[in-house]
Design a protein around this ligand. Structure first.
Ligand SMILES: Cc1cc2nc3c(=O)[nH]c(=O)nc-3n(C[C@H](O)[C@H](O)[C@H](O)COP(=O)(O)OP(=O)(O)OC[C@H]3O[C@@H](n4cnc5c(N)ncnc54)[C@H](O)[C@@H]3O)c2cc1C
Length: 222
């Protein structure tokens, strides 16, 4: 049986040993690679569920669910496109944007799009709050409080999966100054030069390389 830890604040959560519980769709998933014995610390009550308009930018509370963002008039269409990659309505109701980033999956629905929209994270660390680029975030690197993205970025999204419910082989997004790739079996890459590919049940390394290059050229980058 797993221990559920309740806290009175995010600061208290930071001092506890365990994984954070937001929507729970990754941490409680049966075949999640995350440690199944580890305690879970319920942080959802303390996460912001607000979306704030800041001119050319929007600030999204880490506790916003996929479905709340899909129904918000403030969310730009390029981000709604990425949010809709999560095809299950049940998961959309529970899964949070903060949990999606922190999961840092190699088939991430949102990280390529958010990175290409120049996302910055407000993160709570033992020493206080810090604002960092999404590309600097590391798993277990504090509690994500909010995500700020450009509303006006010219983001182009690309994704290949066998069916709408299947894991993506390569997800990528491009804007005039950023590019980001999530490559199944290899990880997340914030630039083209560091890309690497491995063969697995989702496709050969050559296939994944082909998709990445195709997306790049279709985005007008090469
Ligand atoms: C059938 C199925 C298929 C899925 N397919 C995909 C997929 O293709 N791509 C994909 O990206 N995801 C996928 N997921 C995983 C998951 O649904 C999403 O990544 C979701 O957005 C995770 O958010 P959550 O709020 O449920 O996170 P949780 O499960 O609550 O937490 C996940 C992780 O994030 C950490 N965390 C949560 N919130 C924060 C925070 N604010 N600050 C710091 N750390 C935090 C936790 O410690 C934990 O390690 C799938 C899940 C299921 C059940």
């Amino acid at each position: 049986m797993r221990e559920l830890i309740r806290v009175n604040s995010l600061e208290e959560a930071l001092g506890k040993k365990g994984a954070y519980l937001a929507g729970g769709t990754e941490i409680l998933r049966l075949d999640s690679p995350l440690d199944k014995a580890i305690s879970v610390i319920d942080i959802l009550p303390f996460l912001s569920k607000e979306v704030e308009d800041e001119g050319d930018w929007i600030r999204i509370g880490a506790g916003c669910t996929f479905s709340s963002l899909l129904s918000s008039a403030l969310i730009p269409s390029f981000l709604k496109e990425a949010l809709s990659y999560m095809s299950s309505p049940e998961l959309r109701e529970m899964a949070t944007i903060g949990g999606n980033i922190a999961s840092f999956r190699d088939d991430s629905f949102l990280i390529p799009t958010l990175a290409s929209a120049y996302a910055r994270l407000e993160v709570l660390l033992p020493g206080g709050k810090e604002c960092i680029p999404l590309s600097s975030f590391k798993r277990d690197g504090g509690i994500i409080l909010s995500i700020t993205v450009s509303k006006t970025a010219d983001v182009k999204n690309f994704r290949e999966s066998l069916t709408s419910h299947s894991h993506a082989v390569v997800t990528a997004a491009f804007s005039s100054e950023c590019e980001c790739y999530a490559v199944k079996g290899s990880g997340i890459f914030f630039d083209h030069d560091s890309l690497s590919f491995a063969s697995d049940m989702y496709g050969s390394a050559e296939y994944k390389r082909y998709l990445s290059e195709l997306y790049r050229s279709e985005s007008g980058r090469s």
